[in-house]
Design a protein around this ligand. Structure first.
Ligand code: SAM
Length: 260
């Protein structure tokens, strides 16, 4: 599936039709040591003036904008089911694919992309489109899954889950592996200013929390019985918190193109 963009896109489309807003329902329950959610952590990264245009790319249900934005925020996503939620929070929403963004060159001041860049396919074309619509001096703000930091308990719990899923858990394009993303961003002429990593805790409070957590993963290669086995493993840890490692990236588009 990872190597077949068409199959992957179909899987993603069906996933977000059936489970719209599921990413928000999980990440909103995740907290760092200060009680912040990943979305609040990302929001700290920019200050936009009211006249600046913000594009929430692959906005999903638009969890970043639970409190109405002060400036103009446009939500963009492939999934009309996700956009149904986003439309209640944002100034405007547009359905489409990141590989052909329906926006003018250099027309956006900030692009925010939370937990999505790693699933875009093909990645090079997606990054080229992002770069095209961002104005020189504009910023790209990313949240991405990360492999670290996690603690020893997390390592043990995830090892059990990986065995249950036949090691197919990370079957999505570039999940947790920053190399391809870094390469494409730099190739497109963007500057990676900062990458920070943080562990967020998700409470395995009861069976429903476990089922929701497993349901939120992209698992295109796993069978229903493997997924049930993963739930069984996590149920052994009811009452504990499992780490979800996330990275936050700040990227800028230089004011002038580097000399060729
Ligand atoms: C994991 S969800 C993240 C949603 C939201 N940003 C959040 O943080 O909760 C990934 C989102 O990317 C969208 N998506 C995936 N591939 C896309 C593409 N090629 N073009 C536009 N949106 C895409 C999906 O529809 C989904 O809403």
């Amino acid at each position: 599936m990872k190597d077949d963009p068409l199959l992957w896109r179909r899987y993603l489309g069906e996933f977000h039709t059936e489970k719209a807003s599921i990413t928000e329902s999980i990440l909103d329950q995740c907290n760092d040591e200060h009680g912040q959610t990943p979305y609040q952590w990302l929001q700290e990264q920019w200050t936009a003036t009211p006249d600046e245009r913000i594009l929430d790319l692959a906005c999903g249900s638009a969890p970043l904008w639970v409190q109405a934005p002060t400036g103009y925020v446009l939500g963009f996503d492939r999934s009309r089911s996700e956009l149904g939620f986003a439309a209640t929070r944002l100034n405007d929403v547009v359905a489409g694919d990141v590989t052909t963004l329906p926006f003018k060159d250099e027309s956006i001041d900030h692009i925010v992309c939370s937990m999505a860049l790693m699933v875009f396919a093909p990645l090079p074309q997606s990054v080229r489109e992002i770069t095209r619509v961002l104005r020189p001096g504009g910023q790209l703000h990313l949240l991405l899954p990360s492999r670290t930091p996690i603690n020893l308990f997390d390592v043990a719990a995830y090892a059990g889950v990986k065995v249950a899923l036949g090691f197919a858990r990370f079957a999505t394009p570039s999940t947790g592996d920053d190399t391809a993303i870094l390469t494409e961003l730099r190739r497109a002429g963007l500057t990676v200013e900062d990458i920070q990593r943080r562990r967020f805790a998700y409470g395995l409070n009861d069976s429903r929390a476990v089922e929701a957590f497993v349901a939120s993963w992209y698992t295109p290669r796993s069978t229903p019985s493997q997924l049930l086995q993963a739930e069984r493993i996590l149920r052994k840890f009811l009452g504990r918190s499992l780490g979800v490692a996330i990275s936050r990236w700040l990227i800028t588009k230089p004011l002038s193109a580097p000399p060729s």
